[in-house]
Write a protein that binds this ligand. Structure first.
Ligand code: ADE
Length: 249
């Protein structure tokens, strides 16, 4: 079964968007994943087809109505048993930060149904009523959830079997080990007076591996002290090099 992505949005024309090109586009054409955007407005019931209303308590902006969005969710879930079995995510800056560990879990599953908000967001009652997992892609505010959904899908799709081929099992890339990835170089050997580290030309695979591990550690420590701390904590708890904390959350 392909990885099935259903996206509930007011802008279905944004999908597959950039995911119709490159690696993800080829995977889509090969049937490794499916992309099914659904127009939330089709589930509005009044004559103006309204999907939003003013915030209770006052203030700027508009809020997506729980009844309209729930009708869209229920229609998607009711269409098939496999639809109902997929995690239901809502893209929102109030959500739990997306991690590579969660991406890996999602990519290993049957697919996702993703709610994309606009305006000030969703009526909060929706999340508890339909067991929605709120997801953020970072501490900044986008104009809607669509771009965030594209990011999440891209991260999942590249992990699907056959999508990246031999180029990478993903194993030693950034975050898979809890560390940033080591830096890369290619020809020419000298460029604008800068050279490639000698060890990478030595042909000594053990030395190269040790250098890469060292650089991953040094760079993580200086660039991402938050990641480094978690990596160190995990090492103290499981010095044998067992799965680290990032992979468990
Ligand atoms: N919608 C708006 N901003 C977002 C963010 N940072 N993450 C996920 N969804 C969003």
């Amino acid at each position: 079964m392909p990885f099935a992505a259903t996206i509930l949005t007011l802008y279905p024309e944004m999908f597959p968007g950039p995911l119709g090109t490159s690696l993800a586009g080829r995977a889509l054409n090969e049937g490794r994943w499916t992309c099914d955007p659904v127009q939330i407005r089709d589930f509005a019931t009044d004559k103006h087809r309204s999907v939003d209303d003013t915030p209770a308590g006052g203030g700027a902006g508009m809020v997506l109505r729980a009844d309209v969005v729930a009708a869209a969710i229920d229609a998607v879930a009711g269409a098939s048993e496999s639809n109902a079995s997929r995690p239901l995510l809502a893209m929102t800056p109030r959500g739990r930060p997306l991690t590579q560990a969660r991406v890996r879990e999602l990519a290993a599953g049957p697919g996702v149904t993703i709610l994309c908000g606009r305006f000030e967001g969703f009526d909060e009652r929706l999340f508890a009523a339909r067991a929605v997992e709120e997801v953020s892609i970072g501490d900044y505010v986008l104009s809607g959830g669509e771009m965030a959904a594209l990011v999440l899908l891209d991260a999942c799709i590249r992990l699907l079997p056959g999508v990246m081929g031999a180029a990478s099992s993903g194993d030693d890339e950034s975050f898979e080990s809890g560390l940033l990835e080591y830096p890369h170089y290619t020809r020419p050997y000298e460029w604008e007076g800068r050279t490639i580290p000698e060890v990478l030309r030595s042909g000594d695979h053990a030395r190269i591996a040790a250098w890469r591990q060292h650089r991953a550690e040094v760079d993580t420590r200086s660039r991402r002290p938050d990641l480094w701390e978690r990596h160190e904590d995990a090492r103290v708890q499981s010095p044998s090099g067992a799965r680290n904390e990032m992979e468990d959350d």
